[in-house]
Design a protein around this ligand. Structure first.
Ligand SMILES: Cc1cc2nc3c(=O)[nH]c(=O)nc-3n(C[C@H](O)[C@H](O)[C@H](O)COP(=O)(O)O)c2cc1C
Length: 336
């Protein structure tokens, strides 16, 4: 592929702006290889979850406490510590295998909400060979006494703790629900994030009317969902030079083009490759290349951010003004 597609993300030189984001296809070496073959410029492995790490630690210490209390019989059931294949161990194995099998950068991922000993797994992922780490913070406040400042402090402490544990580049994946996202972005960068990944797709639970149970509801994304990261990338790119990745709703070459024009360094996809297979990436790259030729852009770097909020001919279109305009023009169809 052409050097015209090159981009820089988290200080890594990538051959193009298409990254396979965390999901089932990045959790297996065979599908990782297919993603690379189809053109992915980097992959983000599925997350190792805080709960996975802390649960294993609790289980192991319970087993050993049990043994220490003198139940000799139990000893024969105790696995050797080094042979104990915990979730985290398997994760580190995946990082090592992915590094061996692929030539593109491999980004590890940690998912959690609170600062604690588990963040040391960031260092282990680094030692297993990961080129960068993505920290996915998926926190949902449900308590009326918790203030937004407290929640934000929690994010920043966690980012600072992971930053202190590792020396490879750090990306932070967040949701869109902040009162002042630009200020939060600024503080996340100040706390040590080299890049932001916008956005986490929060899974909304649903009520099953037949069983009257509340069930988690995982639905793959659609292109319409692109608008949320698109707006925020355009706004944040006007203020920050650090890395910005877009995730949510990337399904077509047009989606990728829009995100780069808004200022994204990379566009990520999970739902798209789950629906259409890794080959989707090759189609997206071809579409991007064709568009560059048609519009006579020299390179992805040249088009990057050319329609960020600041560079847009109509900056207000990214703001509240857009709302009034859109509602007026929609309503006018129904005027009698
Ligand atoms: C089945 C599935 C598993 C996922 N697992 C993870 C994960 O382990 N860690 C993570 O940060 N994001 C995870 N995601 C979120 C994706 O990485 C991505 O950010 C999100 O799906 C939005 O992008 P999309 O519209 O391309 O799907 C998962 C998504 C799906 C659909």
């Amino acid at each position: 592929m052409s050097h015209r597609l090159r981009t820089k993300y988290l200080g890594l030189d990538l051959k193009n702006p298409l990254v396979a984001s965390a999901g089932p296809l990045t959790g297996r070496v065979d599908s990782l290889m297919k993603l690379e073959e189809a053109g992915a410029s980097a992959v983000v492995l599925p997350s190792l979850f805080e709960e996975q790490i802390t649960r294993e630690e609790v289980e192991i210490s319970l087993l050993y406490d049990f043994n220490n209390e003198g139940f000799a019989e139990a000893q024969s059931y105790l696995p050797e510590m080094q042979n104990y294949h915990t979730g985290p161990d398997n994760y580190l194995l995946l990082v090592r295998q992915a590094k061996q099998a692929l030539t593109i950068p491999v980004i590890g991922s940690l998912n959690g909400t609170s600062n604690g000993g588990w963040v040391q797994y960031g260092k282990m992922i680094q030692d297993a060979g990961a080129d960068a780490l993505e920290l996915n913070i998926y926190f949902l406040s449900t308590e009326p006494e918790t203030t937004s400042l407290e929640v934000e402090a929690r994010y920043l402490e966690l980012v600072a703790a992971v930053r202190a544990a590792i020396s490879i580049p750090l990306a932070v994946k967040i949701g869109p629900y902040f009162s002042s996202l630009p200020n939060m972005a600024k503080r996340l960068y100040q706390s040590g994030a080299d890049g932001l990944v916008l956005f986490n797709r929060f899974l909304q639970p649903d009520i099953e009317l037949d069983t009257l149970r509340v069930e988690p509801h995982l639905v793959l994304s659609q292109s319409e969902e692109l608008r949320l990261p698109l707006r925020w990338i355009a706004i944040l790119r006007s203020y920050f030079e650090k890395s910005l990745a877009a995730t949510s709703g990337v399904h077509s070459a047009d989606d990728v083009i829009k995100l780069i024009l808004a200022g994204a360094d990379v566009a990520m996809t999970t739902s798209g490759v789950l629906k259409k297979g890794p080959g989707l990436l090759a189609d997206l790259l071809l579409g991007l290349m064709t568009w560059l030729d048609e519009k006579e852009y020299e390179s992805v770097e040249q088009m990057k951010g050319s329609l960020s909020q600041r560079n847009s001919p109509d900056p207000a279109a990214f703001e509240r003004a857009n709302y009034v305009k859109a509602i007026r023009s929609y309503s006018s169809q129904f005027a009698v």
